[in-house]
Design a protein around this ligand. Structure first.
Ligand code: WT7
Length: 636
């Protein structure tokens, strides 16, 4: 029986049991049979969560791009690797075969080398969803450079913080990007960021929108002529299993963004394995994940996982609402998409529109529907199931995180019976645990608690770039000898998991992980603002929206509060990006604080969600009188 591809429930239980009882044997068999290695490992796994230190496939040598590209060439050279669907339906889609992808990646890798990038160097990629994004990611991996993709919706300040944190010497960007009807001046944002990031020596600029931009001589170089002149052969750099592959930043509840470091072999094995099983990918299928490659979903399940399986993976440059709300379904029809993977926020936005947008297209190619990024509510689940899947395509509600590298809890389609709002069962190799208030594991079913994982899986992030102590404190200190996810979950009577949401100060807005601290820092930069606190409240499309409570330095009856609100959101847009804007801003006389001066967000959360019936014990507050005042003036 092959461990690699699970085809029925009995097999799932068998494989799962083996993966828990003998994880090393289990992963070793998969690694041996399904990947290309330049040297084998000397040890499958060593780990110690107290340090924490995790090593998979120790001393093995490989290159992930050999696995994603080269090894497919003899059998699948002419097969389409990437379908690029542009922003506008009037522009033709591009089909890039595995042979062409090989050539593009080799050329790009040579350009990187000729411009001084060497193994271990960090390269920031700030690109829209155009082929150069996937190609540059793979080009870095081919020469052993560590890519760090920054989502091209982030502001110049956010970009420069990330460049400086990982000390990147190169940025790859484009003149601009298309987003629905709009164009965005990406190069202008990079220029601004680089005023604060003097360490960057080179900026490679791809041409996408043909806008007039300024090129700084000695620093900025157009990409296309370099690619034209580059050789189309580039030997792989031979990497150690635990060499860094990429850094991807994610927000935490406090402090600056965390540069999660993923390494090579374990990440490759786990993303490839989970892709195959969670999407039940068959050789001629067309797979489409609508995420941006700037997020972990795009890294693992647009680029690495699918390509490692020799799949055809679709990249979409645009937005679901342009030119109209039928765009997703038109693409499914046009490319006969078989697996479709998106976020609950997109589903909710589309479900609000006329269902004719869905019904006008032939969606009969669809076999599997995926959901990721936040809990999917029952209404959205049912709409997706009925109107998109026509009740014949199982929905895989996939739970995971930037830190986990790959999917940990998810149904396997046509194998695991689905249940609305439940991510169902752990994938092989994953041992979840629910923890109670006293830090003890809760056994049995029909229970809820804080979600941990008991043992390392191959694609767990190995550290936070430059701050191993923070890695330890954030993930391995809440519970001894366990990885803490930051999520709450319940386990039903059959052992199915339902993720209930964050239990810390991270708020998931439209599927994006928003830390409260950086947003509060941005607000506090306003000269009139004294203090602020952000909480989430339910929103029918975004899942959660942000509610800010703000105190001003001088309160003046004539303060133009609407104008102030605009200025605050403007500051947030500049510091982080438009995705972090607040939906509601309430100016208050004081924030509820504990005697040690800590803001009691619990109370603010209740006010923002209009759940003020039972505020709990507020007697320990330093200033209980502000609570009534905030409630009286609540914007809910
Ligand atoms: C957080 C991680 C995983 C890639 C996208 C987000 C929430 C993610 C689900 C799901 C309920 C989910 C969790 C998690 N989340 N998927 N299927 N059901 N919640 O990655 O930005 O690192 O965010 O997203 O709260 O901790 P991320």
């Amino acid at each position: 029986m092959s461990n690699y591809h699970i085809k029925n429930l009995e097999e799932y239980f068998h494989v799962y049991k083996k993966s828990i009882q003998e994880p090393e044997v289990f992963w070793e068999e998969i690694a041996e049979e399904h990947f290309t290695w330049r040297e084998k490992w000397t040890n499958v796994l060593s780990w110690d969560f107290s340090k924490p230190e995790i090593k998979w496939f120790e001393n093995a040598k490989l290159n992930i791009t050999e696995n994603c590209i080269d090894r497919h060439l003899p059998t699948r050279g002419d097969k389409t690797a990437i379908i690029f669907e542009p922003n506008s339906p009037d522009e033709d889609a591009l089909h890039i075969s595995y042979n062409e992808l090989h050539e593009r990646v080799c050329k790009f890798a040579n350009v990187l080398k000729l411009n001084g990038v060497a193994k271990g160097d960090r390269v920031i990629i700030y690109l829209p969803m155009i082929p150069e994004l996937a190609v540059s990611v793979l080009a870095c991996a081919r020469i052993g450079a560590v890519h760090s993709v920054v989502f091209a919706g982030f502001s110049s300040t956010a970009l420069s913080t990330r460049i400086n944190d990982c000390e990147a010497k190169m940025v790859i960007t484009s003149d601009g990007s298309y987003r629905g009807k709009k164009t965005i001046d990406l190069k202008g944002i990079v220029d601004e960021a680089l005023d604060e990031s003097p360490g960057v020596e080179t900026v490679l600029v791809a041409k996408r929108i043909n806008s007039e931009i300024t090129m700084k001589s000695g620093r900025d170089i157009w990409l296309e002529p370099l690619l034209e002149n580059a050789s189309s052969e580039c030997e792989i750099e031979i990497m150690d299993a635990e060499d860094p592959l990429f850094i991807l930043y994610t927000s935490g509840s406090t402090g600056k963004p965390k540069g999660m470091l993923h390494t090579t072999a374990g990440y490759m094995v786990f993303t490839a394995y989970t892709f195959k099983n969670v999407f039940q990918y068959q050789d001629d299928d067309v797979y489409w994940c609508t995420a941006d490659i700037g997020w972990i979903t795009g890294h693992s399940y647009i680029v690495y996982g699918p390509l490692c399986n020799g799949a055809t993976t679709l990249m979409f440059e645009g937005v679901p609402s342009y030119p109209d709300y039928g765009r997703f379904w038109q693409i499914v029809e046009e490319h006969k998409v078989n697996q479709f993977y998106t976020a609950p926020t997109a589903i909710r936005a589309l479900a609000k529109e006329n269902v004719d947008f869905v019904n006008s297209y032939d969606l009969s190619s669809l076999k599997v529907l995926g959901s990721v990024g936040e809990p999917i509510n029952e209404e959205a689940w049912c709409w997706y199931n009925e109107h998109v899947g026509k009740k014949k395509s199982p929905i895989v509600d996939t739970w995971w995180q930037t830190e986990t590298g790959g999917i940990l809890i998810s149904p396997i389609p046509h194998v695991t019976p689905t249940k609305p709002t439940f991510a169902t069962l752990p994938l092989p190799g994953i041992e979840p645990a629910l923890m109670d208030e006293n830090g003890e594991e809760i056994n049995g079913n029909q229970v809820d608690g804080k979600l941990c994982v008991k043992k390392p899986w191959p694609s767990i992030a190995r550290t936070i770039w430059g701050d191993h102590q923070r890695y330890k404190e954030t993930y391995f200190s809440a519970y001894e000898n366990k990885y803490f996810t930051g999520d709450g979950a319940l386990r039903d009577e059959t052992g199915y998991y339902r993720i209930t949401g964050r239990v810390d100060d991270v708020i998931i807005v439209s599927g994006h992980n928003m830390g409260t601290a950086p947003i509060e820092d941005a607000i506090n930069e306003h000269p009139m603002v004294a203090e602020s606190a952000i909480v989430g409240f339910p929103h029918d499309v975004k899942g959660n929206a942000l509610y800010g409570f703000v105190t001003l330095k001088e309160v003046d009856e004539s303060s133009e509060t609407d104008n102030l609100r605009k200025q605050i959101n403007q500051l947030i847009t500049e510091q982080i990006g438009p995705i972090a804007k607040l939906d509601k801003i309430q100016f208050v006389n004081g924030l509820p604080k504990t005697r040690s001066g800590k803001i009691m967000r619990r109370i603010l959360r209740k006010i923002a969600t209009n759940d003020t019936g039972n505020l709990g014990d507020i007697s320990t507050l330093l200033n209980p009188e502000v609570v009534q005042d905030i409630m009286d003036n609540s914007l809910q």
